[in-house]
Design a protein around this ligand. Structure first.
Ligand SMILES: Nc1ncnc2c1ncn2[C@@H]1O[C@H](COP(=O)(O)OP(=O)(O)OP(=O)(O)O)[C@@H](O)[C@H]1O
Ligand SMILES: [Mg+2]
Length: 578
């Protein structure tokens, strides 16, 4: 909570102002019953109407000022908590963006979403209510006790005796409810996950007729959420009625004792009426304090989840730059990597590429192809071994330099609801001419020209109004648009027909002669012209060399090639296949 509370520091002055105004509003509320007692006990017996009007006017003024001050303070509180939440959400989003992929994996996307939304909302509510009730309730409580003790010390004692009981109830309830609210947020995370999967996978779900199944899955997590909410609610629910009961018992005693003391002339009736008013005010204040504690249970649970992210230390430190003279553009030296730190997903991979060379990577699904590119992009840090770019350990490279030089089409990359131009340029400063060139090389020019608006053609979110092959070509164009020195295509042409795929390869080699390329493919035809091919199996290189070498030395590669192309065709030189 400390870290989140430190966000209040810049608003100290605003908070102080709110407190002062709230204090004044609450004082006005406290004066009202006191004036009432004076009117009944002292003014009315004098039988002078103008005095009654005067004191009555005073009461009305207090009521008016109370409303004004309270509205002002509530507004100020909303503004301050709004500002704090804004900054908190900004920092949280920024931090989420800066986390390494490993850290992001550990939080999970759905939890990141609910931390950004419901958790920050809970903090907002907590801050807002605390500024309002948190100031008002203690003032009413303490002020009420002081004023009642002036009116009647004996009765105040009865009232004061009920308070420790209530404090105990609040303490127990808060202690029990914090873990329940923690749990509630976790279940909310799973609900967000199910929703996300449903929205992303809506086509598959419909196609496989799994709508009912998904509804069931959603219902389960929804019920779970309701159940946790019910549990937390029922713990909390006990607190208000129990506090009321205790207070009402106290009130009953006050009435009995009051009746007795008035009868015996020890108290005056006006004081008793005022006292009953204060009793209502004080019980309201106690309820308010209870509510604050409940709000803070939620607030603390949410603050913890937000702080967990905000306080994550960078786990990808920048090493001091040290450049070696080398002929290689990209070099993997005995690289191993594990996602979970238990078993290796990549084991002892070594390859070296000169500027302009092409590496093809082939292997069964799950063999570690994408993982290799993740490592090259430093989305994850290697467990052992070193990756060099231009003779420099990538852990010492400036991330911006790395991304400026790289063009990448991920396996299932995202397409925004925006124009074709924006999707290809992707917020980089790239001229229309370069975009057309990239589209041409990516074999996408034709279909873009065929649309009514060309580059300004609007693409739907996820590229829903494009075919699979059109999407892939758009993504390849995005990868090419900044004329990268290093190009990574992860299964980027799988949806292209053989002819288009061959044309793509031809144009790539003509237009991007100096670009070092890493092409991941399932089709031998897509990579057989590469300078070097890596055959992966369970993260290991089971074959490495040119197509011809692998046809001789690697059984797996030969099998794939023969199944895909037929034994005779597999040996045909590259140009003839397309
Ligand atoms: N973020 C992740 N966290 C944990 N394990 C992962 C993660 N990403 C991939 N893996 C695991 O690492 C292994 C290699 O995955 P990778 O994505 O590199 O395979 P791939 O060769 O690209 O497969 P495909 O051809 O299906 O794309 C798999 O066993 C996969 O389950
Ligand atoms: Mg992959």
């Amino acid at each position: 909570m400390k870290h989140v509370l430190s966000y209040l520091k810049p608003h100290t002055w605003a908070l102080t102002r709110t407190m002062i105004v709230k204090f004044m509003g609450s004082m006005m509320d406290l004066f009202i019953p006191f004036i009432l007692a004076i009117i009944i006990d002292d003014v009315v017996p004098q039988r002078q109407p103008h005095l009654v009007y005067l004191w009555g006017g005073g009461m009305a003024l207090c009521a008016g000022l109370s409303v004004t001050f309270n509205i002002m303070a509530n507004r100020m509180a909303a503004v301050t908590s709004g500002k704090v939440t804004l900054k908190l959400r900004h920092d949280l989003f920024k931090k989420l963006g800066e986390l390494s992929m490993a850290q992001f994996d550990s939080i999970s996307l759905s939890s990141a979403v609910s931390r950004l939304t419901t958790d920050t909302y809970n903090i907002n509510q907590f801050l807002n209510r605390t500024q309002r009730i948190g100031v008002r309730a203690p003032i009413l409580l303490i002020g009420g006790l002081i004023l009642t003790s002036i009116l009647d010390a004996r009765l105040t004692l009865v009232l004061a005796l009920t308070l420790p009981v209530i404090a105990l109830i609040v303490f127990v309830v808060t202690k029990k409810s914090v873990p329940l609210y923690d749990r509630q947020q976790q279940v909310l995370d799973s609900m967000v996950r199910v929703m996300q999967e449903n929205i992303v996978g809506v086509r598959v779900i419909k196609a496989l007729g799994k709508t009912r199944y998904e509804q069931q899955r959603f219902d389960d997590v929804n019920k779970n959420l309701a159940e946790v909410g019910r549990k937390a609610g029922s713990v909390v629910a006990a607190s208000n009625p129990l506090s009321s009961l205790t207070l009402n018992l106290g009130l009953a005693v006050v009435v009995l004792v009051g009746a007795y003391t008035v009868n015996s002339g020890l108290s005056r009736p006006g004081s008793i009426i005022a006292f009953l008013n204060y009793f209502t005010i004080i019980s309201g204040a106690m309820m308010g304090i209870t509510r604050i504690f409940i709000m803070s249970s939620k607030g603390i649970a949410s603050a913890r989840r937000i702080e967990e992210v905000l306080q994550m230390e960078a786990d990808q430190p920048q090493l001091p730059a040290h450049k070696q003279q080398t002929p290689w553009h990209i070099a993997f030296e005995d690289v191993s990597f594990s996602y979970n730190g238990v078993e290796n997903n990549i084991s002892n991979i070594t390859f070296r590429l000169k500027q302009g060379q092409t590496l093809g990577i082939i292997g069964a699904t799950g063999s570690g192809k994408t993982t290799l590119t993740n490592l090259l992009l430093r989305l994850y840090d290697v467990t052992s071994g070193t990756i060099y770019i231009d003779g420099q350990d990538i852990r010492s490279l400036d991330p911006v330099t790395l991304s400026d030089q790289t063009g990448i089409a991920f396996q299932s990359d995202f397409i925004m609801a925006a124009t074709i131009r924006d999707n290809v340029a992707y917020f980089r400063d790239i001229s229309d001419e370069d975009i057309w060139q990239a589209l041409r090389t990516a074999q996408a020019e034709e279909f873009v020209r065929a649309t009514a608006d060309g580059l300004l053609h609007q693409v739907e979110s996820r590229g829903n109004n494009l075919s699979g092959g059109q999407k892939q070509r758009l993504l390849i164009a995005r990868a090419l648009a900044n004329k990268p020195r290093l190009l990574i295509l992860d299964d980027a042409s799988s949806a292209l027909d053989y002819r288009t795929d061959a044309a793509l390869r031809r144009d790539l080699s003509q237009q991007h002669q100096n670009t070092t390329s890493i092409i991941i493919a399932q089709r031998v035809s897509s990579i057989k012209g590469a300078d070097q091919i890596l055959v992966l199996e369970d993260g290991r290189a089971i074959g490495q060399g040119t197509h011809d070498e692998l046809m001789r030395t690697c059984d797996t590669y030969r099998d794939i090639a023969q199944v895909q192309m037929g034994a005779r065709q597999a040996d045909v030189p590259e140009q003839e296949v397309g």
